[in-house]
Design a protein around this ligand. Sequence first.
Ligand code: NIG
Ligand code: FE
Length: 403
Amino acid sequence: MQSQFDFLIHNVQIASMAANSEAYGEIKDACVAIKNGNIEFIGNQHDFDGEVDTYVDGEGQWLLPGFVDCHTHIVYGGDRANEFEMRLNGVSYQTIAQQGGGIKSTVKATREASFESLLASASSRAQALLDEGVMTLEIKSGYGLDLQNEIKMLEVAKQIAKDLPVNVSTTYLGAHALPLEYKDDADGYIDFVCDTVLPKIYELKLADSVDVFCETIGFNTAQCERVFKSAKQFGLNIKAHVEQLSDLKGAKLAASYNAISVDHIEYLEPEDAFALKQSNTVAVLLPGAFYFLKETQKPPVNALRQNSIPMAVATDLNPGSSPIASILTCANMACVLFDLTPEEALKGITINAASALGLNDRGQIQTGMRADLCLWNIAHPAQLIYAVNQHKPVKKWFGGKLV
Ligand code: NIG
Ligand code: FE
């Protein structure tokens, strides 16, 4: 006779991250039963009496959902260590960008790089994230900018999901910087993004979302709005880099187009946090970029809390503003630099990060969810956020498969 469940993980403490009356959605002396890659039972182990093929003894350790890194730029050529040196010799990130460095220098290196070399470097960055328990990863384009190289980047991102035990959500970030071939013609470049690249990327099914860099060194709100309109026509999710270095009111604009997330938001006015509420937009905090650029303006976390705006935390892993391949380090930074609680930070890399990608089948341990699970040898979930670079999962199940 066929068993009701494929396997049971028992003798665990669970931080389900789902809303129950306990911090971290905690369930003590718990078990989870998995069938066909999904969670079919979660609860106290004394309440379980199903038929099971295989038992896994969790030895009293903590079971958490696999992490979601909802904002990365891991596909790129070259690096920007020289610009790091320039910045520490007094040249600002904005000045470097205005002088043709910054994102543009990574565009040059990425255009010159082969598919294979981009795949090799991006895979090793992805592997570092996976080693810490990331099981869903967002990857943006935006360092190719022309049709051929944006497609190349997104194909690399898709290949990572075929090669490694991770789900990848891809984002077309055409409006990231102005490529040389459109010098002094930002509007012409936005025409190209909306009329040429976006339709092709849609046709090839290469992106789940569309993103923009709404900033004085990026694109203005009118230009971003044109990208949002096109994204909407194709039914793609909208995400936006906004209010990172100045307040252009990009978050309000993105929310008016029902963006699934607005990211960075250090310069978001507290009064504008309310705008994110009606659209269910997630606020994605990127403390790695804040730290690495030595920024001082913090995001309006209290206003986000008061308006019950879900907060996610991501690495923003990229060569210019956040070369940090560690989701737990970024979660720690969200606490130390932005005053999140450890529980908020953990929600930020699980349930709220899933929402920032429009995914409602992961990021928490609940019946019906994907069995993306990590077992941790810790005494309490806060330890994961507190101790930097000291914890790796002792066991991982990706879609119910031990990896
Ligand atoms: O999220 N803000 C725009 N994009 C990236 C930085 C890209 C770069 O400097 O290469 C970010 O910070
Ligand atoms: Fe980014």
